[in-house]
Ligand binder design. Structure first.
Ligand SMILES: [Fe+2]
Ligand SMILES: [Fe+2]
Length: 419
């Protein structure tokens, strides 16, 4: 399973578990209270049969209660474990216990149960001896609505009825879980396609940023003819050295952008200095140095191009602190700028410029060697010494167009392949 599939699958699975648990718990609670409600309704309907008949008999003197006792006895015989009648003062006036269930009734009486404070219908579900028993108390009312007394019935819940109601609840639960599962499964392709859109948009954005980097790099190349292929070569050298010393992919991305744009500030240097065939005088050199701050100012316009900033700002710093523009020394100079300084000078030495012929490889390396510890980081220079000859041979025997396409491959590897 690829990365994004796994992420979407795991998140949907987590959502499915949470929603299933919550809806399952809600359905179960509602279902159980519905079962209780249905059982109470059934038993209340049973009690209603005897309530009307007991109404004229409830509040008679003790000697006249035989009819009420008979009513209670007949009722338990057909319908219940026990029944109790109370008069309007809540005094017990008739009790009957089904002889078959007398033992269970004894057991139930031992469980605490008090007369409710108000006059509404009350019920209590009790489990005793593995049976479910429902005790329901209903007020008996005069036709005018006044309370004449109470009847309390104790009923054995029929296992078949209970089983049917439970099955109905389980069925509802399964239907709800099925609906949750179906919704989750339907969401999968929706989320996948949304994610693809996001990836497409962010790739387009990245492509635009990389193009901006290349456009800016070639804009300065149009002013200084040497810079275009110089840019391509220094990026290749810099990436190879960075890989050799184990820089992280994120640092290598910054290095590529920085190498591309290292002299972008030269756009702001006048032609008579930038294109001067001979060496610069002190004043001209001072002006030339401002290409570093001009470059930093240009990059400030884009957040994405800030990744190039370290190389642009510090590519003329020297390891002993004698460089410009800040005069940083040693490891205070960002590693990307220290790497770049080596490959920039190496390429300048081995390239043809309007004012000089290229130095042979060995001579260029000897000059580079003179700057180790003063201009260049010794550790990085040593690493470059190990790969320079093969790298130089590879780049110098490759046509410029192929150097450019190799560079595009590096951009693809570090900017797009990791996404
Ligand atoms: Fe520069
Ligand atoms: Fe350069």
């Amino acid at each position: 399973m690829s990365g994004i599939h796994r992420i979407i699958f795991n998140r949907l699975l987590a959502a499915w578990v949470v929603v299933s648990l919550l809806t399952g718990a809600a359905v179960s609670l509602l279902g159980l209270s519905r079962i209780d409600g249905q059982l109470v309704d059934l038993t209340t309907a049973e009690l209603a049969k005897v309530s009307a008949a007991s109404l004229p008999l409830l509040n008679r003197a003790e000697s006249q209660r035989s009819a009420l006792n008979q009513l209670a006895t007949d009722f338990v015989h057909h319908h219940a474990i026990a029944v109790e009648f109370r008069d309007r003062n809540r005094n017990k006036v008739a009790v009957a216990v089904n002889p078959i269930e007398a033992e269970l009734e004894q057991e139930l009486r031992r469980q605490s149960y008090s007369f409710p404070a108000d006059a509404d219908r009350h019920f209590k579900k009790i489990t005793a001896d593995g049976e479910t028993v429902l005790r329901v108390l209903v007020p008996i009312k005069e036709p005018a609505g006044e309370i004449a007394g109470y009847v309390e019935g104790t009923f054995l819940v029929d296992r078949e009825t209970l089983g049917r109601l439970r099955h109905e609840m389980i069925f509802t639960l399964l239907v709800v879980l099925f609906a949750v599962t179906l919704t989750t499964v339907c969401l999968y392709p929706v989320m996948l396609s949304l994610n693809r859109s996001v990836v497409r948009y962010s790739n387009d954005l990245l492509k635009g940023n990389v193009e901006l980097m290349e456009v800016l790099g070639s804009a300065i190349a149009k002013r200084d003819a040497a810079t275009n292929i110089h840019n391509y070569r220094v990026v290749s050298y810099a990436v190879r050295l960075a890989e050799t010393v184990g820089l992280k992919p994120g640092e290598i991305r910054d290095l590529i952008a920085g190498a591309f744009l290292h002299d972008v500030g030269k756009i702001g240097i006048s032609d008579n200095i930038l294109l001067k065939p001979g060496p610069l005088d002190a004043q001209e050199f001072e002006t030339m140095r401002t290409h570093v701050t001009l470059g930093v100012e240009i990059l400030r316009k884009s957040d994405w191009l800030q990744k190039a900033r370290d190389v642009v700002e510090y590519h003329h710093e020297k390891f002993d602190g004698s460089g410009y523009i800040k005069g940083l020394a040693g490891e205070a100079i960002p590693v990307t700028a220290r790497i770049f300084a080596i490959v920039d000078v190496f390429d300048a030495l081995t390239s043809r410029r309007p004012y000089k012929e290229p130095f042979p490889f060995a001579e260029a390396m000897a000059i580079l060697q003179q700057g180790v510890g003063t201009h260049f980081d010794p550790r990085l220079a040593a690493a470059f010494g190990g790969i320079a000859e093969a790298l130089f041979r590879e780049v110098s025997t490759t046509p410029d167009a192929a150097v450019e396409s190799r560079l595009q491959a590096l951009i693809a590897k570090y900017f797009f392949a990791s996404r």
